[in-house]
Write a protein that binds this ligand. Structure first.
Ligand SMILES: [Fe+2]
Ligand SMILES: [Fe+2]
Length: 288
């Protein structure tokens, strides 16, 4: 795993660029209903990053200058991902409702609230709890990068593909930070490894499951990762987590997403990624 350099990260940090994209072309090709629902889920998760940061920035982590510097830039980059997704939805004529943020926040599950409170309190108890947050962050960033990558490969809208590629690159930089922090904190600390193992096994769930809603999560899992080939990206993401000390057992990412996808298919029938190939051809774009 390539080293992470916080100075370089901060030098490169910033909102994902959207002003140079061909928004007319994006609107002409548009997006499918499947893409709309997936993007809405991703956008909700991205826009609520500040709430995750509230839980991360607690107790001992507030005294670590590298963590506080990273989180300052990270939360802004994630907010900009949410704004960029909202911009896509607006340009293709499927805008968010004006009070979406408030509605989604109000709809967060009770489980989410309780876990946040517990996680916040535990962060004061032991500096080892940072390792839990860092491992958690690494899993979620790797998952987000895989989800964006599969969309980039499948969408017929080249403007969306470019934007998603930019966001996925930032997710991979975020992943690198969390992964290296987790590794550093676990490699010579058996108690930290035990704490991480317990917390992940007991509490970890797929990113966005609290704010995005269970039905939407099942939809996203089923449509982004419908077959063995697409699931290879999740297998790869999971393998990167298994390289962390004490995490060799980790299989929850593929297990949970498979379970969600299966639950969707059982309720609604087979799922597949649908995109606007015809509109792309009409606009003279060679489809993905
Ligand atoms: Fe993001
Ligand atoms: Fe991220």
């Amino acid at each position: 795993m390539a080293e992470f350099n916080i100075v370089r990260f901060l030098d490169l940090a910033g909102g994902v660029k959207t002003d140079d994209l061909d928004w007319d072309l994006c609107a002409r090709i548009g997006i499918s209903d499947v893409e709309e629902r997936v993007l809405r889920y991703m956008g909700d998760t991205e826009s609520h990053t500040i709430l995750y940061m509230r839980d991360l920035l607690a107790g001992h982590s507030t005294r670590d200058p590298e963590i506080t510097a990273f989180l300052s830039a990270w939360v802004y980059e994630e907010l900009c991902h949410g704004r960029a997704i909202s911009k896509v939805l607006e340009k293709v004529g499927r805008p968010d409702e004006s009070d979406r943020y408030t509605k989604v926040t109000a709809g967060s599950s009770a489980r989410e609230f309780i876990e946040a409170a517990l996680s916040h309190a535990a962060a004061y108890l032991s500096p080892r709890f940072i390792a839990v947050h860092m491992t958690w962050g690494a899993i979620n960033e790797a998952t987000a990068a895989a989800a964006y990558q599969i969309m980039e490969q499948n969408t017929a809208n080249p403007v969306l593909a470019t934007l998603i590629n930019r966001m996925a690159r930032q997710e991979r930089r975020h992943f690198s930070f969390y992964w290296h922090q987790a590794e550093k904190r676990m490699k010579d600390d058996r108690a930290a490894r035990a704490l991480v193992n317990f917390a992940i096994r007991r509490f970890w769930t797929l990113v966005g499951s609290g704010v995005g809603g269970d039905d939407n999560l099942a939809f996203v899992s089923a449509h982004l990762f419908p077959d063995a080939e697409s699931r290879q990206l999740l297998v790869k993401a999971e393998a990167s987590i298994r390289e962390l000390p004490g995490m060799e057992w980790f299989d929850m990412l593929t297990a949970q997403s498979q379970a969600k996808a299966d639950a969707w298919v059982a309720r609604h029938g087979p799922a597949r990624y649908v995109t606007n190939h015809d509109q792309a051809r009409a606009a003279g774009v060679v489809s993905a």
